[in-house]
Design a protein around this ligand. Structure first.
Ligand code: PNS
Length: 166
């Protein structure tokens, strides 16, 4: 019997988008279980639209149908958290060439910090290749329609937050 392969999909997820959803579901090609890990930002502890707890809750709702997804939050270094959880594979989505430099730097640094840490990059569905949480936040704040970009449960939260008083 082979050992369970645990991957980790880290990020800010403020909020989770259909692009993240796509990458997380694709990662089951390589892993039996995927930890979706929301990072507490040490440098900007108060920034963001949703709290880390809300982000984890939204991920939990999004993957209510998928027991192989384990939403968690973490503080400190990703490699330390991954190692403690028995995950030796980081999965990140690569949307465009512009993502590459930052992602490549993180992948090499993470492996330098822990030799056992590998990173794989997955290409998203073309439809999601221009999507980002920051654009979703901006569009929602300005009253635009984000329904094509986020799961239903996230849409409801955004609508509740930005609904205009009648
Ligand atoms: O969605 P994001 O904001 O691009 O995700 C960035 C994230 C959370 C993956 C990265 O900032 C991270 O791993 N933070 C944890 C702290 C850490 O390990 N930093 C060193 C990375 S080489």
């Amino acid at each position: 019997m082979s050992a369970e392969r645990v991957a980790i999909c880290p990020g800010s997820f403020d909020p989770i988008t259909l692009g993240h959803d796509d990458i997380i579901r694709r990662s089951f090609r390589m892993a039996d279980r995927v930890i979706v890990a929301v990072a507490y930002s040490a440098t900007q502890p108060k920034s963001g639209m949703f709290t880390v707890e809300e982000r984890v809750e939204m991920i939990r709702e999004t993957f209510a149908d998928e027991p192989r997804v384990q939403p968690m939050s973490f503080q400190g270094l990703l490699v330390d958290f991954a190692r403690a959880q028995g995950a030796d594979l980081i999965v990140r989505g690569l949307r465009a060439v512009s993502d590459f430099e930052y992602e490549f730097q993180m992948a090499l640094m993470n492996r330098r910090l822990w030799e056992g840490m590998e990173t794989v990059f997955l290409a998203p569905d073309l439809e999601h290749s221009y999507l980002s949480s920051s654009l979703v936040r901006q569009i929602a704040q300005l009253g635009g329609d984000v329904s094509p970009f986020v799961p239903e449960n996230v849409l409801r939260r955004l609508q509740a937050r930005f609904s205009k008083p009648a």
